[in-house]
Design a binder for this molecule. Structure first.
Ligand code: B12
Ligand code: SF4
Length: 417
C-alpha cells in the first residue's frame, strides 16, 4: 500500500487522533519515502518520530544522517525500548533509552545497547481484531491467513542476511502450548485456519518444534500452515512427516546457489547433499517446497549463474524464486563488496530485488537481471512443470490475478514490463 495514502486516510478518519509519538518500521530502499510519509504526521501533530526494523538496526547513524526529520532509531528489537520511550517526560531524556540512536541538537548520539524484547516468550496475542484479517489472503488458496510468531533469533551468520543483526543470534522459541493456544484463539475468534508460522528458521530446534506439531495434532485444530526452514533441519523423514501431519503445506528453503564453495563463502553452512535429502523427504510426505536462489554473488560469473539455474531445474522444487545478490548495508556481504571494489552503486533506493548493484567477473545489472528472467522462464515454462502445476497456476490466476499477471509478464517480457 502507499504509505502516504494510508497516513492521510488515518488522519482524516481518526476522530480525536492525536499521537504523541510516531513509530514506524522501514527498509533500506523505502527509508526516504517512509520518512516523507511519517513527516506528514510529525508536522501535523508536532509529535517526535522514531524508526525501527531491520534497516534501522543495521545502519542507525548513517540513516539518521539521511533522515533529518527522524528523532531516533531503535537498534535491535524495538518493543521494550518503545515502552521506555513512551514513559519519558520529554525528548530531552532520549539518552535514557539504551537501544536508541538519537539526535541531540545537531549531533547524532549512538545507542548504548542492542534492543531485546525480554517479554517475547510471554507476549500476549496480537490484537488481530483491530485489523480486517479477511483482506490478507494467501496466493493459491485465496483464504485469509494470520502470522503467528513462534521464535526469534537465528544462530547462523549468512553474510547477505540482515535478520540476525536485528533479532540477534540467540534462538528463543515460545512454548508449544502458548503457540497453539494462540492458533486456537484465532480459529475460534476469526474462523481463520491458515497460518504463517513465523520465525527466520521456524523448524530450527527439531525437538521443540516436534512438541509444537504434536500439540497441534493432539488438539485436532485442523489448521494449515507454512514457514521458513533450513534444509539441514529436514533430514529426518519422521520429523518431516510430523510437520505434514500438523498441517504444514509448504516450507520455503534458502538454497541460494549450485556451488558448495559459494555457499561456504556466504557462510551458509549448508551442503548440497542436505538440500537433496530435504527435498526427497518433503516430496515423500507431501509438503510443497519453495526454493530461494541468489544470482550474482561476488566471485560468480555468467557460467556460474547458469549452473545455478540448471541446478534449480534439476532439484525441481514446487516453486522457486531467483534474486540478485543485494549488499544490504550492515551485512558482511556489503563489507566484502566495499572492500573488494565490487559495489557498482550505493543507491539505497535500489537496494531491492529489481536491481543488481554489484560488479565484477563480467557481471552487471543487465547480465544478472537477464539471467533472473531466463531462470524464471526456464523454470516455470517447462511443459512438465506446467502439467504438474496446472492446478496451482489456475488457482494463482483466480486468487491473485494482478500477481499472476505481474509474474507472467516479467517472465515473458522482462522486468520493465
Ligand atoms: C513478509 C515480508 C514482506 C511483506 C510484508 C512487508 C511488511 N511491511 O509487513 C512484503 C512482501 C509486502 C514485503 C515487501 C517489502 N520488503 Co520485505 N520482508 C518480509 C519478511 C520476509 C518478513 C517480515 C515479517 O513480516 N516478519 C514477521 C514479523 C512478525 O516480524 P517483524 O516484521 O520483524 O516485526 C517484529 C518487530 O519489528 C516488532 N514490531 C512490528 N511492528 C511493530 C510496531 C511497534 C509499535 C513495535 C513497538 C514493534 C513492532 O514486532 C514484530 C514481532 O511481532 C522480511 C524478512 C525478515 N527476515 O524479516 C523481509 C524484509 C523485511 N523485506 C525487505 C525488503 C527489501 C522489502 C521491500 C523493499 C521489497 C520490494 N522491493 O518491494 C518491500 C518493502 C515494503 C515495506 N514498505 O515494508 C528486506 C529489508 C532489508 C533491509 N535491509 O531493509 C527484508 C529483511 C528481506 C531481505 N532479507 O531482503 N516484505
Ligand atoms: S539466511 Fe536464514 S539461516 Fe542464514 S542468517 Fe538469515 S535467517 Fe539465519
Amino acid at each position: 500500500m502507499s504509505g502516504k495514502t494510508h497516513v492521510i486516510r488515518t488522519i482524516d478518519d481518526g476522530e480525536g487522533f492525536a499521537p504523541s509519538l510516531i513509530l514506524f518500521p522501514s527498509t533500506t530502499p523505502t527509508l526516504v519515502a517512509d520518512v516523507m510519509a511519517m513527516a506528514t504526521l510529525k508536522a501535523r501533530y508536532a509529535a517526535p518520530m522514531f524508526c525501527f526494523g531491520l534497516h534501522a538496526s543495521t545502519t542507525p547513524a548513517e540513516s539518521m544522517a539521511r533522515a533529518p526529520q527522524v528523532n531516533g532509531m531503535f537498534v535491535g528489537e524495538p518493543e521494550d525500548g518503545a515502552l521506555e520511550l513512551a514513559a519519558l517526560a520529554d525528548t530531552n531524556e532520549l539518552g535514557n533509552v539504551a537501544s536508541l540512536t538519537y539526535r541531540r541538537g545537531g549531533e547524532i548520539i549512538p545507542h548504548r545497547a542492542h534492543g531485546t524484547f525480554n517479554g517475547f516468550l510471554e507476549a500476549p496475542v496480537p490484537a488481530w481484531d483491530l485489523l480486517d484479517v479477511s483482506q490478507y489472503t494467501l496466493p493459491l488458496e485465496g483464504r485469509p491467513y494470520v502470522i503467528v510468531e513462534t521464535s526469534r533469533g537465528c544462530p547462523y551468520t549468512c553474510d547477505f542476511c540482515v535478520a540476525p543483526i536485528h533479532q540477534g543470534h540467540k534462538f528463543r522459541e515460545r512454548s508449544a502450548s502458548s503457540i497453539v493456544d494462540e492458533m486456537a484463539h484465532i480459529v475460534r475468534t476469526h474462523g481463520v485456519r491458515f497460518f504463517y508460522l513465523w520465525g527466520d528458521t521456524v523448524t530450527l530446534n527439531v525437538k521443540s518444534f516436534s512438541a509444537i506439531c504434536e500439540e497441534i495434532i493432539s488438539r485436532q485444530l485442523n489448521v494449515r500452515w507454512f514457514g521458513n526452514a533450513r534444509a539441514d533441519n529436514l533430514q529426518d523423514p519422521t520429523f518431516v512427516d510430523r510437520l505434514k501431519r500438523s498441517g504444514c503445506w509448504m516450507l520455503a528453503l534458502g538454497i541460494e546457489t549450485e556451488s558448495d564453495e559459494t555457499r561456504k563463502d556466504m557462510m551458509k553452512r549448508l551442503e548440497s547433499e542436505k538440500i537433496r535429502i530435504a527435498l526427497v523427504n518433503m516430496r515423500a510426505s507431501g509438503i510443497k517446497s519453495f526454493g530461494f536462489f541468489i544470482l550474482g554473488y561476488p566471485g560468480e560469473d555468467l557460467k556460474a549463474l547458469d549452473r545455478t539455474i540448471d541446478y534449480a531445474i534439476r532439484l525441481d522444487p514446487d516453486f522457486a524464486n531467483f534474486y540478485p545478490a543485494v549488499p544490504y548495508p550492515g551485512t558482511e556481504l556489503y563489507n566484502k563488496a566495499k572492500r573488494d571494489g565490487l559495489l557498482a552503486s550505493e543507491d539505497w533506493t535500489k537496494m531491492e530485488y529489481s536491481f543488481y548493484l554489484l560488479k565484477g567477473n563480467g557481471l552487471d545489472e543487465q547480465v544478472v537481471m537477464d539471467a533472473i528472467n531466463r531462470a524464471k522462464r526456464r523454470f516455470f515454462l517447462r511443459p512438465r512443470y506446467l502439467v504438474r502445476h496446472a492446478g496451482d497456476v489456475l488457482k494463482l490466476a483466480i486468487t491473485k490475478w494482478p500477481v499472476a499477471w505481474h509474474i507472467g509478464s516479467q517472465m515473458l517480457f522482462g522486468r520493465r514490463a
